[in-house]
Design a protein around this ligand. Structure first.
Ligand SMILES: Cc1cc2nc3c(=O)[nH]c(=O)nc-3n(C[C@H](O)[C@H](O)[C@H](O)COP(=O)(O)O)c2cc1C
Length: 170
């Protein structure tokens, strides 16, 4: 797919077909995340791939917004590895992991899959149930799968501000 087509085709998929995502597609998605830029090349992201029935049961029980997707990627930050701005003291882990997640999201769309970026979750029960090691902060949840036949974008998908409201040329 052309890049513009990928960007235009993407929408938040909230209804999935149960068929599993092929391993080679999972690898391509993970590779897109691996190649994402990160502050000072820290690569502070850690990605957990949930695809076993046991892992999927746990995430579904502890996160109401995985929409029964057959694959869920959890993107964590190892914050102590992330670059910290000397000017603002800001730890850049959230930015790094967002770029990684967006790369994976667009790679999935390019492979004919759907995704939905999920920020609505309580990390504690998710991490406890999956035995996530200390030192990792759950930043983003990304359900992935083939959109259900009757999946459609929510109305919000079509609501975008005009460029004149968000862009300033000087
Ligand atoms: C940081 C972030 C967090 C989000 N969290 C959720 C979420 O918890 N649940 C959900 O259904 N959608 C979530 N979304 C999806 C947005 O609601 C969606 O991207 C927006 O409404 C535009 O619709 P579209 O993605 O279909 O174009 C999130 C998106 C982003 C970027």
């Amino acid at each position: 797919m052309e890049f513009d087509e990928v960007v235009k085709k993407r929408y938040s998929v909230r209804k999935y077909d149960p068929r599993p995502v092929e391993d080679w597609k999972i690898e391509r998605i993970l590779e897109a995340g691996r190649l994402a830029p990160t502050g000072k090349n820290s690569q502070c992201q850690r990605v957990y791939v949930l695809r076993s029935p046991e892992a999927l049961d746990k995430i579904r029980a502890n996160c109401s917004m995985t929409f029964d997707a057959p694959l869920v990627l959890l993107v964590f930050a190892k914050k102590d590895e992330a670059w910290v701005s000397r000017f603002t003291s800001r730890n850049i882990a959230e930015t790094d992991t967002s770029i990684v997640t967006d790369h994976m999201m667009l790679a999935a769309v390019n492979l004919g899959l759907g995704t939905c970026w999920v920020g609505y979750f309580d990390p504690v029960p998710i991490c406890d149930s999956l035995g996530i090691p200390n030192g990792l902060t759950l930043m983003h949840v990304l359900p992935v799968g083939y959109p259900a036949e009757d999946s459609e974008p929510y109305p919000m998908h079509f609501e975008r501000k005009d460029l004149s409201e968000t862009v300033t040329f000087l």
